[in-house]
Every structure is written in C-alpha cells, then in structure tokens.
Ligand binder design. Structure first.
Ligand code: PMV
Length: 308
C-alpha cells in the first residue's frame, strides 16, 4: 500500500540545529504544504534492502539510500530486509523539499507496516530525525514546527495551524534547475552555524519573523505575509553568504527571476518569492492574479494548497 505525504515550503525557514543527532532546530519555522506535490512510499519484504526512487534502484552505497535504511534501523532494528519504493511528484533534491515529503511518507509507511499505531505528532517527531523539515509534512495547509526546548526533542514536532485557512492563496514553482544540489541542506546548515558570524543573529530574527507572519496570516494580508517571507528567505541566504567559505545556492537565473519579481511588484502585482537550499524560486500570490502570473512565468508550476 502506498502512503502519501505532501511536500512543504517554509515561509519562515529552519536553518541550523542545536542538536545534530536529534535534528533539533535553533528556531521554530512555518510551512505551507503543497497539496498533490509530494511523495508516495510503500514497503515490502525483500531478499535484501533496496531503495527504489522514481522507478530506479539506488546503489546501497548511495547517500540517500544509506539515509533511508539508517532511518529505518533507528526505529525498527528487528526487521526483515525491505524494498522501499518511493516516487516523488516534485523533482528530487532540487530545492523543492522532496526529502521532507519522502521521509514523512516513509514514516507513514513504517507506521502501517510495523503496526506502530502512532499518532501524527509522534510520527512527526520520528520523521524529524530523517530530515528536519519532514516533521512539517504530515498535514495540509500551514504547519508550524515548534522548536521545543527539551533536550530529548519530545516537544520538537509539527503542529497544524488548522484555524488558518486561506483558499485564495497560490504558490508557483519556477523550476530553473533540476540537478541534484552539490551541498545538502544538512551539510550547508552545519557549515553556516559553524562559520557564519551572521548566523548568530539568525535565530532571534526568525522567531520575530514567525510571530509577525502568524499575525499577517490571521489577517490574510498578502503584502505582510509576502514581505516577511521574502525577508526571512533572504536573511537565511545572507547567513550562508557570510559563511567561510561562502555557500551560495543561487545561480544567475535565480537572480534574474528575483529581479523580475521586484519589477512586477513595482508595477503593482502582489507577488513575492522565497528560495530554499537550491537555485529554484517559489512565488506566493493570490488567485485573482493567476492569469498575470501565468503570463509572466509561463514555465511555472502552480499549486493551490487549500484547493487540493
Ligand atoms: O530538513 P532539511 O534538512 O531538508 O532542511 C530544510 C532547509 C530549508 O528547506 C532550506 C528550510 C526549511 O525550513 O524547509
């Protein structure tokens, strides 16, 4: 049986851990789930451990395959050999957060296969240890990852913000580059925390951004939400630029699109952007501007998170 989890895009980013092993973040974050864009995962007994991603069996030495079985062994050491079959409806590891939906779908599949009978909060806690952002992929709509304060990570998990529905809110991907990224977010954030002087001010600002964002979401204020989201994303990238050596996921095309967004906004269109650990840009706007967005960004992939 296939289990599904949506991907998610952080409006307030998680960038940096206070505990590497348990994937405990330095700041809380808020994401928007991507409806039908995500991962489907199923498990079956097999003669050997195999991870099949998008119809292709990955070599067991491949880092993603290793991560998958390390994750399974963390929670289920007494187990048969398994074939893990996963397919993504978003491009893998191109900054479109497929590891989040992948680990969430895998955790749902494990819960079913081994009859754990855990609730979504416990599954979110567990998925967090596969990929931090996976803990936000168990729900639709807006989800907050409470950073928690406990050393064992018990209070660090996703919480759905169910009261915040926004049917008109749209998101579009501009898939500029679908290559695998050269520095994983796991390594990138560790390097940033260890060497970027700007990272020292990041966590406090992200917490302040989160409070402001929740208020703007409550008011369905697209300008407020958009401006906070953009500033937060740009600050995250600034912390990476100040790392030594610098880490920069953007490409020339990323900056070009970013200028287009600014120009369109100057001309009155309410469109805002964010970018994760990759060159791809995501746009946030309201349904009423859909025709204009499609006209200006014909290559974009549109998601309606509250209409799926
Ligand atoms: O959880 P990871 O290791 O996939 O890191 C996610 C990092 C960002 O996507 C850049 C930000 C976020 O909060 O999703």
């Amino acid at each position: 049986m296939e289990h599904y989890a949506p991907s998610n895009i952080a409006l307030i980013k998680y960038w940096g851990k206070r505990n590497q092993a348990l994937h405990l973040p330095l700041n809380s974050s808020i994401s928007l789930s991507l409806g039908e864009y995500g991962s489907y995962t199923s498990l079956e007994e097999n003669a050997e451990d195999v991870f099949i991603l998008n119809e292709e069996a990955l070599p067991s030495s491949q880092s993603m395959s290793k991560k998958v079985f390390q994750f399974i062994d963390l929670w289920q050491s007494n187990r048969p050999r398994l074939c893990v079959r996963s397919r993504n409806t978003v491009p893998t590891a191109a900054g479109l957060a497929s590891s989040a939906s992948g680990f969430a779908a895998l955790t749902l599949a494990l819960n079913d296969f081994f009859n754990w009978n855990h609730n979504l909060t416990e599954l979110s806690r567990r998925a967090r240890q596969g990929s931090g952002s996976a803990c936000r992929s168990f729900w639709r709509g807006f989800v907050k990852w409470e950073k928690g304060t406990r050393e064992d990570g018990w209070d660090s998990h996703g919480v759905p913000l169910e009261a915040l529905q926004w049917p008109d809110l749209c998101l579009a991907f501009l898939p500029l580059n679908q290559k695998l990224k050269s520095v994983s977010s796991r390594d990138g954030m560790q390097h940033t925390v260890a060497s970027s002087p700007l990272h020292r001010v990041w966590a406090a600002q992200a917490e302040a951004d989160l409070i402001a964002l929740e208020e703007a979401l409550q008011q369905r204020n697209i300008q407020g939400v958009g401006e906070i989201m953009e500033a937060n994303a740009l600050m995250m990238h600034a912390t990476m630029l100040a790392a030594r050596p610098a880490l920069f996921y953007w490409e020339a095309e990323t900056l070009k699109q970013w200028h287009r967004v600014q120009d369109l906004r100057a001309a009155g269109l309410k469109v805002y952007m964010t970018a994760d650990a990759g060159p791809n840009i995501k746009l946030l706007y309201l349904q009423e501007d859909e025709a204009l967005i499609r006209q200006h960004f014909p290559e974009s992939v549109v998601v309606k998170p509250f209409q799926a």
